[in-house]
Design a protein around this ligand. Structure first.
Ligand SMILES: [Zn+2]
Length: 197
């Protein structure tokens, strides 16, 4: 199965409770999981983790739900500054930032409000920024069959900021360019200049 197909598959989650495992972590950290402030922490962490990884169980078809329209339009559609929050798969710490999406329509467009929802599907997983960027681009390519797709993600990674690996304000930028955005410098430059505005 290629990456694109895998991204679209809805995962069935095993019904395995996370809370007792969190309790074990607290214990291993020398904490007392029984003390008042921590009593409900394992359940809260379980709930939070399920939410932060809920992209695994979301059905892209359902989220998009009829918001793909056939229109005579073959220009660039661009949505900037879509906020996202994800979690790095190496440290399970947050990374967050903005995604900019553009596609060169081929008589098919998607309701603009759906693009942030799509971003959430791929952000709410254990991720690396490069793969998230690529998955968003491939998903749009597959859904709309446009002449091309460009996705840029700008992010700050807690695993770098908190652990002092990098200066606090250094960001990481990734991009995925498909079709016309890969082949035509003019298209790519148009996208980049619109993003920078
Ligand atoms: Zn990390």
């Amino acid at each position: 199965m290629n990456n694109r197909k895998r991204a679209a598959v809805v995962k069935e989650l095993p019904a395995k409770p996370i809370a007792p495992l969190v309790s074990g972590i607290l214990d291993a950290l020398g904490e007392n999981p029984e003390r008042e402030g921590l009593l409900r922490t394992p359940e809260r962490v379980e709930k939070a983790l399920h939410f932060l990884t809920s992209g695994y169980t979301q059905d892209i078809g359902k989220v998009v739900n009829g918001a793909v329209f056939n229109v005579k339009y073959d220009e660039m559609v661009i949505v900037k500054d879509i906020e996202f929050f994800s979690m790095c798969e190496h440290h399970m710490l947050p990374f967050y930032g903005k995604v900019h999406i553009a596609y060169l329509a081929r008589n098919k467009v998607i309701g603009l409000s759906k693009l942030p929802r799509l971003v959430d599907i791929f952000a709410r997983r254990l991720q690396i920024q490069e793969r998230m960027t690529q998955q968003i681009a491939e998903c749009i390519q597959e859904m709309l069959d446009p002449l091309g797709v460009g996705v840029i993600a700008e992010a700050q990674h807690f695993c770098m900021m908190m652990r002092g690996v990098e200066k606090q304000h250094s960001g990481t930028v990734t991009s995925a360019m498909l079709g016309a955005f890969r082949e035509s410098k003019e298209t790519r430059d148009e996208f980049l200049s619109l993003v920078r505005k």
